[in-house]
Design a protein around this ligand. Structure first.
Ligand code: ATP
Length: 326
């Protein structure tokens, strides 16, 4: 199986090197092919997402992506649309050994990935700027079904839809109605809904009331960073973009230029992202093995500075790799 690997910009390169160091410890029949995209690609080739990279992504079994800087909209947002990876899955799980606000928390945010305000339909008119929010029945239905199927597959008990249908009556109205209908097909899974603003408060005060969250694109983007903060921050938050034919795996964090080049980025999010890829490709045991090695390393006090430790990105990855060898 071919994997298109795109390290990208900023800490993307550093955390990708670290993840590759860990993946190389596994005896898997995967071919990693490296491609360019992002701010540097734009400077070099005049295109943030070069055609060669896009084509390679189309013919690969999965895409493993690091981060894009200023060009993120032209790279990762476009890639998600081109490959129609409509479901963005962002688990917020407290890891053993990571000090966080909510130990033991384990929720999954399923974010619609192809429409809403992030469609990018913006224009100027006189002295105003206008953005179009597109919400379709089709996309709402497939994301709602995806969330319930994920809940069923992972033995989860509840799906919560987040929207603002009292204000955005038409767009959020469609999303809410579709979620309610799909919920009827999954009788064993509890369904409820909150307005997005109230949900943010509940997430901060008592996130244990959530299990699987399903929501539209922009709300999902915001709420998943919030949820990452509940379990220890962006350094440990992985994500997957899943479609019918393609899948892209990327950490929730971006290029983080403030810490890029210092070798201190936490590669945990990237390594957990690689685990999501392994699981998607059927390598469940290997994914579990890596997760365990990762948690054992962190629990032993060996961490990067964002988690209070002293290790550099590469040193941390070497520790994880060492545990895999043992
Ligand atoms: P984007 O706008 O694409 O989300 P960004 O560069 O503005 O990207 P993020 O990369 O999402 O911001 O991260 C915000 C901050 O969190 C960073 O500036 C950095 O300080 C911290 N951070 C993010 N990822 C990591 C990481 N892997 N390890 C340590 N700190 C991180």
């Amino acid at each position: 199986m071919r994997i298109a690997v795109i390290p990208g910009d900023g800490i993307g390169k550093e955390v990708m090197d670290a993840a590759m160091l860990v993946l190389e410890e596994l005896d898997l029949n995967l071919e990693y092919e490296f491609y360019e995209a992002g701010d540097e690609a734009l400077k070099k080739y005049g295109k943030a997402l070069p055609d060669e990279t896009l084509e390679a992504c189309r013919r690969s079994s999965a895409v493993l992506f690091g981060a894009a800087g200023e060009t993120a909209a032209d790279v990762i947002v476009r890639l998600r649309q081109e490959l129609d990876t409509y479901a963005n899955v962002r688990p917020a799980r407290a890891l053993n050994g990571v000090k966080c606000l909510y130990p033991g928390l384990d929720i999954v945010i399923v974010r619609e990935n192809t429409e809403c305000l992030y469609k990018g339909f913006e224009f100027e008119l006189d002295n105003s700027a206008i953005a179009l929010r597109i919400i379709t029945k089709r996309a709402s239905e497939r994301i709602a079904r995806f969330a319930f199927e994920l809940a069923r597959r992972e033995g989860r008990k509840k799906v919560t839809a987040l929207h603002k249908a009292n204000v955005m009556k038409k767009t959020c109205g469609i999303f809410r109605d579709v979620c309610r209908n799909v919920a009827k097909e999954f009788k064993e899974i509890e369904f409820n809904e909150y307005y997005i603003d109230a949900a943010c408060m509940y997430l901060v005060m008592n996130p244990y009331r959530f299990d699987v969250i399903v929501t539209t694109n922009m709300f999902g983007d915001i709420v998943s960073d919030l949820a990452a903060g509940l379990v220890g921050g962006l350094g440990i938050a992985p994500s997957a973009n899943i479609g019918e034919k393609h899948a892209i795996f990327e950490p929730v964090h971006g290029a983080a230029f403030d810490i890029a080049g210092k070798g201190i980025a936490n590669p945990t999010a990237m390594i957990l992202t690689a685990c999501m890829m392994l699981q998607h490709l059927g390598f469940t045991k290997e994914a579990e093995k890596v997760r365990k090695a990762l948690e054992d390393t962190i629990s032993s006090g060996k961490t990067t500075p964002d988690l209070g430790g002293k290790l550099k990105t590469k040193e941390f990855a070497e520790e994880v790799a060492k545990r895999l060898r043992e």
